[in-house]
Design a protein around this ligand. Structure first.
Ligand SMILES: CC(C)(COP(=O)(O)OP(=O)(O)OC[C@H]1O[C@@H](n2cnc3c(N)ncnc32)[C@H](O)[C@@H]1OP(=O)(O)O)[C@@H](O)C(=O)NCCC(=O)NCCS
Length: 412
């Protein structure tokens, strides 16, 4: 229940003393001491409900700024809280920002900037935990940047401590993300670093991205790795790093004979687009996906080649087929284009058709077909409603596929 004190505060006053946590929070990856005074590598969270509560609002301060600074490699952490004014109405407590951060961050941090600045020196000797699994460069000449991917499991206590710090990024960028419990099972963690030369000419590592993979057991002695959480930190987005990181995860598992296939847990639309691009780019040169074979429809051969070469499952193989088939379809030729759309529609309709047929079948035998386990149509819709929904779905899919195709055409 709202306290009497709060009832005395006018709405206006409430607004003045309320700030969106995403605006208040400034995250910074400090590579060189001079970065402390510059906006370089500063960025905002995408969300902060796991830190400041569902509304993401912080109450009780005017001009609040929260600095969440990290040494870019070893992730030594500093938290600084600054504000112009704190609410001082009797009976009204401002939010305890430090306590909220302490609960969410779950690892040690400094609150004295001079101590943090001194500790930054230790980042010169930081080397990533785990085993190097991939290295690559992006850009040309002086613009070229080098990246390395390290893989870790849950057996190294030092890494687990480090991982606790990395997980703060996960809750600030992935909706409904949970902290991974390392005792829970078979996790692998892929950390992506930029390897760079610092202002004092030391080769250093700076965190830029992260992927966690859960290795599910598959009978009799196999595994099915499932990509769970992937984050590329905002200053490093849109230069192709997620696609490189995902390919690094694939390469890590592709030669492992125990791996049945690699799946992804509830991919966000942005991530699914990267995944589609990576998978299509990998498969485009497979014999089964040649333009001539694509014209003959989705085939067992495509499923087999996807699985054998890239550990891609049937559902994703179908998506790759649909994207590549669209790439080679002349959308200005009505016959060709309509045949393509009809095929997608047919695929989307199939589960509904099955449901309808099952319901019709059971209605001969039972006065109430719901007595049997036959799922109803969405929202008790008719076949016609269903058709309209599916028309929309086909066009929505085509829009998604177009974005992947234009990335394939740009080739980055
Ligand atoms: C989703 C996410 C991981 C993508 O990371 P990313 O490194 O930016 O991905 P990529 O750079 O490979 O591709 C992103 C875009 O950059 C574009 N791009 C890649 N290289 C480029 C270049 N050199 N120049 C211009 N654009 C480029 C791609 O074409 C792609 O464009 P699109 O969005 O129009 O398809 C990142 O946005 C993120 O961390 N989001 C928050 C967390 C999240 O949603 N995670 C996934 C769910 S678990």
């Amino acid at each position: 229940m709202e306290s009497l004190g709060i009832l005395n505060v006018t709405d206006n006053k409430k607004n003045v003393y309320c700030i969106d946590g995403n605006d208040a929070l400034e995250i910074k990856l400090v590579r060189n001491p001079e970065d402390l005074q510059s906006p370089r590598f500063s960025f905002k969270p995408d969300m902060c409900h796991q830190v400041f509560g569902e509304s993401e609002q912080i109450f009780g301060y005017k001009g609040l700024k929260i600095k969440l600074y990290y040494a870019a490699g070893n992730l030594t952490t500093y938290i600084g809280i600054e504000y112009e004014e704190k609410i001082s109405t009797p009976g009204i407590e401002p939010d305890n920002v430090m306590e909220m951060l302490r609960n969410a961050i779950q690892s040690r941090f400094e609150t004295n900037i001079t101590v943090f600045e001194r500790l930054l020196q230790e980042d010169d000797t930081f080397h990533p935990h785990g085993n190097l699994t991939n290295a690559f460069s992006i850009g040309d000449g002086l613009e070229s940047k080098t990246f390395e991917v390290y893989v870790n499991d849950t057996s190294d206590a030092n890494f687990l401590e480090y991982h606790t710090k990395v997980q703060t990024f996960v809750i600030l960028y992935i909706d409904a993300a949970n902290y991974v419990d390392p005792d829970e099972g078979n996790w692998k963690f892929f950390l992506l670093y930029e390897k760079y030369l610092s202002s004092n000419m030391v080769t250093k590592y700076g965190v830029v991205g992260y992927a966690s993979v859960y290795e599910y057991y598959a009978y009799p002695s196999h595994i099915r790795p499932r990509v769970s959480q992937v984050v590329i930190l905002p200053p490093f987005r849109c230069i192709g790093l997620c696609s490189k990181l995902l390919n690094s995860v694939y390469s890590y598992y592709q030669t492992n004979r125990k791996v049945v296939d690699i799946t992804v847990e509830s991919p966000s639309p942005d991530f699914q687009r990267v995944r589609d691009f990576v998978d299509c780019k990998n498969c485009i040169n497979l014999d089964a996906f040649s333009p001539a074979k694509l014209k003959h429809g989705f085939s067992e051969e495509q499923i087999r080649q996807c699985k054998e070469r890239f550990k891609i499952n049937k559902k994703q193989a179908r998506r790759i087929y649909e994207i590549l088939r669209l790439k080679y379809t002349n959308i200005h030729n009505d016959e060709e284009y309509n045949a393509y759309l009809a095929e997608i529609k047919d695929r989307l309709c199939r589960p509904n058709k099955k449901r309808i047929m099952k319901r019709r079948f059971w209605s001969y035998f039972a006065s109430d077909p719901d007595e049997f386990y036959v799922p109803a149509l969405p929202d008790n819709g008719t076949l016609q409603d269903c058709d309209e929904d599916i028309e929309d779905e086909v066009l929505e899919l085509k829009e998604q596929y177009d974005l992947v195709i234009s990335r394939l055409n740009r080739n980055h």
